[in-house]
Ligand binder design. Sequence first.
Ligand SMILES: CC(C)(COP(=O)(O)OP(=O)(O)OC[C@H]1O[C@@H](n2cnc3c(N)ncnc32)[C@H](O)[C@@H]1OP(=O)(O)O)[C@@H](O)C(=O)NCCC(=O)NCCS
Length: 126
Amino acid sequence: MRSFEISYWLRTSATRQGYATEAVRLLVDVAYDQLQARRIALTCDQHNIASRRVAEHAGFVLEGTLRSSVLGSDGRPADSLVLSLVPGDRERGPPRAATAAKPSGQDCVGAGPIGGCLPIVACPPR
Ligand SMILES: CC(C)(COP(=O)(O)OP(=O)(O)OC[C@H]1O[C@@H](n2cnc3c(N)ncnc32)[C@H](O)[C@@H]1OP(=O)(O)O)[C@@H](O)C(=O)NCCC(=O)NCCS
């Protein structure tokens, strides 16, 4: 089955302008419309409100808590959250309240491993 994992981060000067939400929505479109995804998931620190909001604005649904799955900033085991998006979620559509991005031409959106998150990974069909 085609299953994907994503993560995201922005330059600090580019945060809170809707860029991450817009980028994740675009990634979802590519994964489903061009790569025939059946599931997209992400993991985030339980205290990372911004990351969770980005995912939920893009239609991801909280799936569960991975207890003591990462080391927190204090070096002690901490919980992380798993959110996922499956076709039924997408058909229902994400909440559309997030702000639209205002491209400036000088900020960047990235994807890859950070803070216990996983890089974009495309797993081949089994
Ligand atoms: C997480 C991150 C990608 C969010 O990017 P962003 O472009 O600021 O996100 P958006 O502008 O699309 O905002 C999405 C939501 O997060 C909220 N948000 C953004 N930064 C926030 C913050 N510091 N504290 C609380 N909420 C925040 C926004 O208000 C918005 O929610 P709302 O529409 O309900 O108000 C960015 O903060 C970042 O790169 N953080 C460091 C790396 C990281 O934590 N990556 C995720 C690892 S799982």
